[in-house]
Design a protein. Structure first.
Length: 307
């Protein structure tokens, strides 16, 4: 059981936060296909130098057994213990525009208390809008733009940017609960679900982070310098395309995904639902195919090297 105690502490040296700023929520936890949110948080912390305003207690909110912190073992000593972080901060985008950032791990405990606290902080700061992003795996091709499902109270965003509007039940995340509670309290909130190719969901897929940043920009007007991630994505896609091009089965699989994606996006009455997997391979099957391809290539290289 978590220890009892305050959920957060105010930072005494924090700068004053103007009212009326947009709020961005980025939480890692249950699902983060392509490492989208984790990469976004890395950019926020490394490039934007956010100033913490409130620091949440990991001892109260986090299950350390489920998500272990890391520590470095250097020969004969331990060092560089990296404690998990969940903070509400004042940040500035690439143009210097201020915004409120709630970023870090998704709480394991005290969901009701945490969501109530965040709603209270948002109300106290009189934030203008709230936007959050998360990513899920979907049977879509990496050769097409990453689509989004948009929820919340901002119908103009839902109508313009939701490529898939499901009617289903899903395992809830803290982001879902925060959206629900903030909407109930009258806030302008939007949630973007990134639909990431399922065969790349377990990798660090830079395009997913780019799509997340684009979603935040559309909803909030904030601008982020993502040139470094774009360069990473070009290198990443070149490697994926090289692997796929060398395997006829993988090429056929990608073409099937492309045809279904294009038919769905065109609104064809013959299109199969975008979530229909049918005879499509699972993520594990695709990963196995890629591993076999790489193993065959390595074996071929070794044989050529022995000649």
């Amino acid at each position: 059981m978590p220890l009892s105690g305050p959920l957060y502490e105010r930072v005494a040296s924090a700068p004053p936060v103007p009212t009326g700023l947009p709020m961005v929520i980025a939480l890692t936890g249950f699902t983060d296909a392509g490492g989208a949110v984790a990469r976004m948080i890395e950019l926020f912390r490394d490039d934007l130098d956010p100033a913490p305003v409130a620091v949440f207690s990991s001892d109260v909110l986090l299950d350390y057994r489920a998500r272990r912190p890391t520590i470095a073992f250097d020969g004969d000593r331990l060092q560089d213990y990296r404690a998990p972080r969940l903070e509400l901060s004042l940040a500035h985008d690439a143009l210097g525009q201020p915004f409120v950032l709630l970023a870090g791990y998704e709480p394991d405990f005290a969901w009701d208390a945490f969501s109530e606290t965040v709603v209270g902080l948002a109300e106290g700061l009189e934030v203008s809008t709230v936007t959050w992003v998360h990513a899920i795996p979907m049977p879509v091709p990496h050769t097409r733009p990453i689509g989004t499902t948009v929820s919340g109270t901002r119908t103009e965003l839902t109508q313009a940017h939701s490529v898939w509007k499901p009617h289903t039940q899903v395992p809830a995340t803290m982001g879902h609960l925060l959206e629900l509670r903030l909407a109930e309290s009258g806030h302008e909130i939007s949630g973007f679900v990134l639909l990431v190719p399922h065969y790349l969901a377990d990798t660090e897929y830079p395009a997913a982070a780019l799509a997340g940043l684009d979603s935040l920009s559309v909803a909030s007007g904030l601008v982020f310098d993502a040139d470094g991630i774009r360069e990473e994505n070009r290198d990443y896609l070149a490697k994926v395309d090289d692997q796929v091009a060398g395997n006829d089965e993988l090429t056929a699989m990608i073409h099937t995904l492309e045809e279904r994606y294009d038919s769905y996006m065109a609104g064809s009455t013959l299109a199969q639902p975008i979530i229909h997997t049918g005879d499509l391979p699972s993520a594990d099957e695709l990963a196995a195919e890629l591993e076999r391809f790489l193993a065959d290539r390595r074996e071929g290289d070794e044989k050529r090297g022995r000649r």
